[in-house]
Write a protein that binds this ligand. Structure first.
Ligand code: SF4
Length: 215
């Protein structure tokens, strides 16, 4: 697994939208899913990304170190799929000074081993960060037809998070997806996730610009 990031976008000074305190969102290139209504198309273009080592990235982000310290904030890796960059994330955490938390936005469905998955999760949660997990759908048929992949890995990794006692460090996002999954399905899924043992659940609507324009 490469220890270089492919960075599409860096968004500074975000407040409480993707992690505690002041955060910087680092949008990483690549995604294994093929969602029919992709809400992050801008991170899938191969023409734009910058290759950055963990050291190069921290050199750029450290300008906001005092904001992270003062607010209890830090850095959120999103995408695309942040876990495609698992090796670089582990190396990045190693060089961080104390007081900077690292959060991951993920679908959990990255093609990495469960061992590397858990190693990455351990390393970011040790910083005081959290996982922000978009489950798309618990229903295997909806998931498959919407993303092109099976959700077996997602379900297994949710169980792994529970087995490791990480449920309080996970926000589970359950989307309502236009013409794919309505609120009544999303609410049932949220209840199932709560019964599994997660307590921080966010029901939300996908807002997809192209879809809105086409409609
Ligand atoms: S997971 Fe996100 S980036 Fe990947 S295809 Fe789906 S919406 Fe797009």
């Amino acid at each position: 697994m490469s220890s270089q990031f492919l960075v599409q976008v860096i968004n500074r000074h975000r407040m409480t939208v993707d992690g505690k305190g002041v955060t910087t969102l680092v949008g990483l290139f690549g995604c294994p899913l093929k969602c029919k209504l992709c809400i992050n198309k801008n991170v899938l273009s191969e023409n734009k990304f910058r290759r950055m080592t963990p050291e190069m990235l921290w050199n750029e982000l450290s300008i906001d170190y005092c904001y992270y310290l003062a607010s209890g904030g830090g850095i959120t890796f999103g995408g695309g799929e942040s876990l495609l960059h698992a090796g670089a994330i582990i190396e990045f955490v190693k060089i961080l000074p104390t007081g900077v938390s690292v959060n991951l936005e993920t679908s959990l469905n990255a093609p990495i081993s469960d061992k590397l998955f858990l190693e990455t999760v351990d390393s970011v949660l040790e910083t005081g960060g959290e996982l922000i997990i978009d489950i798309k759908s618990l229903d295997k048929d909806i998931y498959k037809s919407y993303t092109g992949l099976d959700n077996g890995k997602v379900l297994r990794r949710l169980e792994m998070l529970l087995e490791n006692g990480y449920q309080d460090k996970c926000q589970i996002r359950v989307p309502v997806i236009p013409e794919v999954k309505d609120m009544s399905i999303a609410e049932k899924e949220a209840t199932s996730i709560e019964k599994m043992g997660f307590n921080n659940i966010d029901l939300f609507y996908y807002i997809i610009r192209d879809y809105m324009i086409e409609k």
